[in-house]
Design a protein. Structure first.
Length: 70
């Protein structure tokens, strides 16, 4: 039955369900997900647009999108 996945069964050589929590202070996946979401919200609230990114790119000279000929 190699390669058949059955719900509730884990391969012996695969990491267990607690693998993602190892090395963290979070007791559950929900707690860890909440901490990650809070960090992303915090980071995005303080993010600023990139300036000077690819200044030589020809796309910076475009004033409109080229017409599509069908």
């Amino acid at each position: 039955m190699e390669g058949i996945h059955r719900p509730g069964f884990h391969r012996q050589d695969a990491p267990g369900p607690d693998f993602a929590l190892n090395g963290t202070d979070h007791r559950t996946h929900d707690e860890q997900n909440a901490a990650i979401a809070a960090y992303i919200r915090w980071h995005n609230a303080r993010a600023e647009p990139k300036t000077g990114f690819a200044p030589e790119s020809p796309i910076r000279d475009w004033t409109e999108y080229p017409a599509k000929a069908a």
